[in-house]
Design a protein around this ligand. Sequence first.
Ligand code: ADP
Ligand code: ZN
Length: 604
Amino acid sequence: MSQKALEILNSLYGYDSFRGHQAEIIEHVSAGNNALVLMPTGGGKSLCYQIPSLIREGVGVIISPLIALMQDQVDAMQQLGVKAAFLNSSLPHSEQKIIEQQLLAGQLDLLYIAPERLIKNYTLDLLERCKLALFAIDEAHCVSQWGHDFRSDYLSLSLLHERFPNIPRIALTATADIRTRKEIIERLSLTRANSYISGFDRPNIRYAIANKTTAKKQLLDFLKQRKSEAGIVYCLSRKKVEDTAAWLTQQGFTALPYHAGLPARLRQTHQQRFLREDGVVIVATIAFGMGIDKPDVRFVAHLDLPKSIEAYYQETGRAGRDGQPADAWMVYGLQDVVRLQQMAQGSDGSEQFKRSERHKLDAMLGLCEVTSCRRKVLLNYFADEAPNQCGNCDNCQIPPQTWDATEAAQKLLSSVYRTGQRFGAVHVMDVLQGKESEKVLQHHHHQLSTFGIGKDIHEAQWRSVIRQLVVRGLLRVDIEGYSALQLTDLCRPVLKGEQSLFLRIEEIKAPSAKKAGSKSARKAQIAPEDQELWDELRECRKMLSDEFNVPPYVIFHDATLKEMLDTLPTSEAELLTITGVGESKLEKYGGDFLDILRRHAGVS
Ligand code: ADP
Ligand code: ZN
């Protein structure tokens, strides 16, 4: 490994050692080669192009679709003392000119640029007159038409190797199956490229999925243990986003809505507050989050089911980029299943497309219903190997119980049959429970032999049985026919008593991370006697963040403050040994933190 790279890692970033494939990638790219890097979120992709840009002569050009985040990325680099700038449509003309001049004068180490800007002739001409260190193509899966984030501007990036054949290209992404990887390599012409594929595991994320009963209350129970932590709550519809945000605000949380229907200015403000303030909960549709690189998002909660494991993985992956314990929490119910099945069926695509959508949904439902380790299901889905037990998901920590639901299922299936397979879940449950509703009386269903045979089972449990039978394919929901429940061939052996059926016992309360001693035991980090110093360190960070107009985590990560708390450095040399404290940050903020730490230690 080149000494230079390690030196930059230590003195500039304040980190001890490289992670995963970082060292190999940096060496390979610094030597002028192409690379494809697949690394999970939080794996440390940025260093893989930043350090080679610094080692190689010239400016490193980073192509990213995420204009809204360029400012923060540039701020973060500038805090480290790196000469970074960005070019995109949000910049006034005069500032653009200044950056162009700096570029031509060779005064920049890093230039962030949006693809639509890069492919303009004007920009290409400009770049041809500069010394270039490399091109980094971030979110590289956007070149793939198979992927889920295809962007037409990315297609034109094939011109990079045509116009700049000798400049190394490094493509980076957190999500790409084998097909997408192939497409990236072809489109960007990554000849003589090494591929660096890291596993998908995010060990610090705890996965928990529960049956939806009283969604808001379940969410509240979950959030109560996470007061003043930053997180994202995903909802499907704009209306639900707004309702949920308003409701959480009433409950005393700083909760801000975000969806594509809000004015751009407001969206921007909410995103900024999420990034810059401590402890903001953003309630959003999936319009939010692409490229959010806030490292200290402590939880991602889903109130609605994502339509595939890819989507779930990407959304939950926004939690815990800093490697500290984080939660991926979800509740889901029959409604979600029906809605997604409907979407998969009703989409305009070809039969093949529909089949693939169904397949993806089934995998997602499998993840929800599984009674063994969830991480294993997730990782196997991405063709990663995994141990049988991860110890950091709800199923590993509180193994689900099952019950013999054969008889209950028979009662349910017979009721569906006897009511003519024309009624939805609510009506069928009314019949089972012997409720003389208007509809029951109207159709004379109180005279059926199955009327009232399910009184012994609670309504919530019936819902759970119905959902599990739908997921297992014993029942289907006829979308065109008023969501009527219908039998499928698969239910025959159960009805005939040839097959018994064990179903999951749902916890009525959503499980939360309560197991003491588990990896994700929360709040355990700060001992009561340390609280005061901890608050002081955080206040200091907030003050500096306001002064420099950057988010708090750009000053120092929580983990860095925590290390200060644990090791109590009182000299500059000691402070410099702390992870995340490099020379530039030491110079800028070291004094303020040392004042606090020295006062605390009684040294002055
Ligand atoms: P991503 O792969 O999601 O782009 P980042 O590059 O943003 O990840 O890195 C995630 C976090 O991990 C950042 O805060 C980064 O500074 C930190 N990080 C990256 N590499 C290292 C390392 N070798 N040692 C310590 N922290 C690192
Ligand atoms: Zn597990």
